[in-house]
Write a protein that binds this ligand. Structure first.
Ligand code: ATP
Ligand code: MG
Length: 367
């Protein structure tokens, strides 16, 4: 996958910017607060239809302007396409080759992208919600049906939760309706779990290999999936269903008391374990950062395996946080295969050979 050109209009502090992106490596250099991350964010938005920093469309539009436009020409194998995102206060429009896509799930996946930013440390250190979001965004890039099922699940949960609340306060509501919702909850959950188990299995394989090669102590990294019901990868889908049914019965009273759905993919988590220790609790800052980097690099391989194309890679401010051997490993791992966009405040520690082949931009005040 290659981005051939990028155009940004009235986006954050960037009034107008056109880039010809024929190179494999692009480095945006400059002091703080100049617009480097804004450029990466615009590529991320073109890829995933949303920002990694905010849910608010308004925040993305340049102060005082009515709307912002992002455009990219991208090329996969020999086929070129035009992607466009228009942002207005009250929403956004996404289109491919001039045809508006009404569902984001139809748009996502056209330009696979992996972003690695300092915030990604939260995948290791943060709450289960951040890890679920990571799973959902990344699986969504390779599976539009996953995103579709996920949005169905969220609609269903809203309905099911309001029924549970009703049952807790007003006997007029019929408990039989809950059985109907439970059937739907089960079939959606089983689909989502199937994809998550598959994704995490692949991710464990790739990230384990990468992690060993970038840690000096040959650290062994494992990902342990923690679904909200006791199911495992070696059980059949029918066994999952039986377990889920029993678990739903077991918690039914509690769900009605709380007015909330207590089991399902919306309650899952996973754990990263290095040499037997849970990194969330026991990892050093450096170990946590390296584990997050291993996951992201593993995704490059995973997306390639699932879609037949390498994603683009967006590295926000991460070079300065890596020691020289990790930096070298990272740049070697992607050289020639993965088109990469990097932000940094300085070029120190990047080897001459890499710099020779890179397109370097000095960014000042959105220019
Ligand atoms: P750092 O090195 O600190 O990460 P950066 O170059 O990555 O800096 P950006 O995050 O890209 O900086 O942001 C640059 C500037 O964009 C900020 O100073 C911010 O005030 C400005 N900015 C953010 N949103 C808007 C907006 N909607 N309109 C105009 N300017 C904005
Ligand atoms: Mg930045």
């Amino acid at each position: 996958m290659r981005v051939q050109s990028l155009e940004i209009q009235r986006y954050r502090n960037i009034s107008q910017l056109s880039l010809d992106c024929s190179q494999d490596l692009h480095i945006f250099v400059g002091p703080n607060a100049q617009g480097k991350t804004n450029i990466l964010e615009s590529l991320y938005l073109l890829a995933l239809g949303k920002s990694h920093r905010t849910r608010s469309t308004k925040e993305l539009i340049q102060f005082g302007e009515p709307h912002a436009i992002l455009k990219a020409r991208v090329k996969r194998d020999e086929t070129g396409s035009r992607l466009e995102v228009q942002l207005r206060d009250l929403g956004k429009k996404v289109s491919i080759n001039g045809i508006e896509q009404s569902k984001l799930s139809q748009y996502i996946g056209f330009l696979p992208a992996i972003l690695f930013a300092p915030e990604d440390l939260a995948i290791v250190k943060g709450s289960p919600q951040i890890r679920r979001r990571f799973l959902d965004m990344e699986i969504g890039q390779v599976s539009p049906t996953y995103l579709y099922h996920l949005s169905q699940l969220h609609k269903l949960l809203t309905q099911r939760n309001s029924l549970l609340k009703g049952l807790g306060t007003n006997k007029k509501f019929q408990v039989e309706f809950l059985d109907v919702y439970d059937e739907q909850l089960m079939s959606l959950s089983l689909e989502l779990w199937r994809k998550r188990f598959h994704f995490l299995k692949q991710l464990t394989k790739w990230s384990g290999e990468i992690h060993q090669s970038i840690t000096s102590a040959n650290e062994e990294l494992l990902i342990e999936y923690l679904p909200s019901i006791p199911i495992t990868a070696d059980m059949s889908i029918e066994e999952w269903r039986t377990v889920f049914q029993a678990e739903l019965q077991r918690v039914r009273e509690k769900e009605i008391r709380r007015g909330s759905t207590l089991l399902g993919p919306q309650r899952d988590d996973f754990r990263l374990v290095a040499n037997g220790l849970d990194l969330h609790t026991f990892g050093s800052q450096g170990q946590q950062r390296t584990a997050a980097l291993s996951l992201k690099l593993a995704e490059i391989e995973l997306i390639h395996q699932e879609t037949g194309t390498y994603p683009i890679l967006l590295l926000d401010d991460v070079l300065s946080e890596l020691d020289d051997s990790r930096k070298t490993h990272l740049l070697e791992a992607i050289r020639g295969r993965v088109q990469t966009f990097v932000t940094t405040t300085n070029l120190e520690g990047i080897d001459g050979e890499t710099l020779d082949k890179a397109q370097i931009y000095q960014i000042r005040q959105g220019n």
